[in-house]
Design a protein around this ligand. Structure first.
Ligand code: HEM
Length: 410
């Protein structure tokens, strides 16, 4: 796939069309229809052959109760599965791929750098400005594709500044971020970019050790619990993890939110006219279309779920996307409805690995939606372009719209 450069930044088609090795081939538009029968009749399914002859079996887990149980039982369902596939890009300390007790020690040292109060200071000084800047570039046009014009550059530029990358280097940073994030589909480019970014960050880490500034690298070099501190390798691994963890997820979920609201103009109008509904819209969108639908695990020993034997070494896929649509948890779960009395989802995971960036993700999404609604009046789908481009939601493991062709009043 090619790299497409847009006026406002870089978007790589590799990201849009990225799948996991466990995904079915082709363009999955609506995985939820299949989940209905799976949850009811075969809530745990084992498949052989996804990773070739002699490769590990894959177990898919569909019901909410079982998905939560897998995510909680970290002794049996190890996160090593993620380490194995992310460490070529991120080094030895992949937080999301670690098991206890090493994970707890590392997470405790990292957590203060992501605390909500610290991140809140970026609301006006950074996040709102990035949104305004991207909208400035398109507002006079009256039309655009928000996936290309807004959604990717927005979290990438925010993370770059929070980390402490100088603004002049954003475009290069975004290109590295795309390659690393899409590394599952193109490991050669992913590893090369991870090495380049690591080399680029090294002098910043060294400089902040001498003279801290107002960025995340400075928080990390200062972190200390009873004399225990992060070494350079641990800092690099975390910074590299923040690219897929902090960019891809938010870029996809803002796209999903816009797609779902634009597809339900009555609900979009309700939000446009009453911004107290923004938080509900964000949560309902996270529930109905989780951008990351399944954090893989590895069975550390023989076990069973609902009577299905899972041999040690099986890759276990707890399907968050199916759990969020389980009727045991939300009525009429396949309907996008921002007026649900209570929105229940596990889109940020569950248990010890629960997302560390969920406050930032929600903050970024809230600001993006408010700015787009404020500054692009009458925002609506450009239906001719939607048909022409066949714009749709796609993906099973990673989920987001292929395009968001829109019009607004100028
Ligand atoms: C809508 C946006 C987001 C979604 C849906 C999301 C989802 C998730 C999920 C499901 C996990 C758990 C993975 C597992 O159990 O294996 C996770 C972990 C994590 N997320 Fe997020 N995330 C989002 C945004 C962010 C952002 C903006 C950041 C940081 C800037 C971030 C940083 C992390 C980190 C560091 C972890 C690892 C936590 C650990 O292993 O202890 N995420 N995220």
């Amino acid at each position: 796939m090619s790299t497409t450069t847009h006026a406002s930044g870089i978007l790589d088609d590799k990201l849009l069309f990225m799948d996991m090795p466990t995904d079915p081939p082709g363009d999955t538009r609506n995985p939820y229809a299949d989940y209905v029968g799976a949850r009811r009749d075969h809530p745990v399914q084992i498949e052989q052959g996804r990773f070739g002859p002699g490769g590990p079996a894959v177990a898919f887990v569909y019901r909410h109760e079982d998905v939560v149980a897998v995510l909680h039982d970290h002794d049996v369902f190890s996160s090593r599965a993620l380490h194995d596939f992310m460490s070529p890009f991120m080094g030895d300390y992949v937080l999301v791929g670690m098991d206890e007790p090493a994970h707890a020690r590392y997470r405790n040292l990292l957590a203060p750098s992501m605390r909500p109060r610290l991140l809140a200071r970026w609301e006006d000084t950074l996040i709102g400005r990035v949104a305004d800047d991207l909208i400035d570039g398109i507002v006079a046009r009256g039309r655009g594709d928000l996936v290309a014009d807004f959604n990717f550059s927005y979290p990438a530029r925010i993370i770059a500044r929070i980390i402490g990358v100088p603004q002049d280097n954003y475009i290069q940073f975004q290109q590295w971020a795309v390659d690393i994030t899409a590394g599952v589909g193109d490991p050669v480019a992913g590893i090369a970019s991870a090495q380049a970014l690591r080399a680029y960050l090294a002098p910043f880490v060294a400089a902040r050790r001498v003279q801290p500034e107002d960025d995340l690298i400075s928080e990390l070099v200062r972190a200390e619990i009873e004399g225990d501190q992060l070494n350079d390798e641990e800092i690099y691994s975390f910074l590299l993890l923040l690219l897929p963890a902090g960019i891809e997820t938010t870029y996809r979920s803002i796209g999903n939110l816009l797609f779902n609201l634009l597809s339900h103009p009555d609900q979009l109008d309700a939000v446009r006219n009453d911004r107290t509904l923004v938080a509900k819209a964000i949560d309902e969108n996270l529930r109905i279309d989780s951008p990351i639908q399944t954090p893989p695990r590895l069975a550390a020993r023989d076990t069973e779920i609902r009577g299905v034997h899972i041999p040690a070494g099986t890759i276990v896929m707890p399907l968050i996307g199916s759990a969020n649509h389980d009727p045991a948890f939300n009525d009429d779960p396949d309907r996008f409805d921002i007026s649900r009395p209570v929105v229940r989802h596990i889109t940020f995971g569950n248990g010890v690995h629960t997302c560390m960036g969920l406050h930032l993700a929600k903050l970024e999404t809230r600001i993006a939606l408010n700015k787009l609604l404020d500054r692009l009046p009458g925002l609506r789908f450009d239906h001719d372009r939607v048909r022409e481009l066949d714009a749709h939601m796609r993906g099973k493991a990673f989920r987001s719209p292929t395009a968001l062709p829109v019009l607004w009043d100028i």
